[in-house]
Design a binder for this molecule. Sequence first.
Ligand code: SF4
Length: 73
Amino acid sequence: MRVWIDHAECSGVGVCVDACPEIFTLESDSLAYITVAGHRFGSNDPANVSDEMLESVLDAAEDCPQDCIYVAA
Ligand code: SF4
């Protein structure tokens, strides 16, 4: 599964961090980032995420008030 954030739309509220803190972090630039295996992914930069994380990642995408978290197979 690939997951990415469009920073042009991210409002930095951090709902994604509440839903899935294993992957999403809120940084000092007030944007959410995805980090996997120590690598931080930038805007529209797809991260490969394990299937075990699917439920919480989908929760984050569904809860995101800006609808700027994208998930693809
Ligand atoms: S929930 Fe969406 S808008 Fe809010 S910080 Fe996360 S990615 Fe950005």
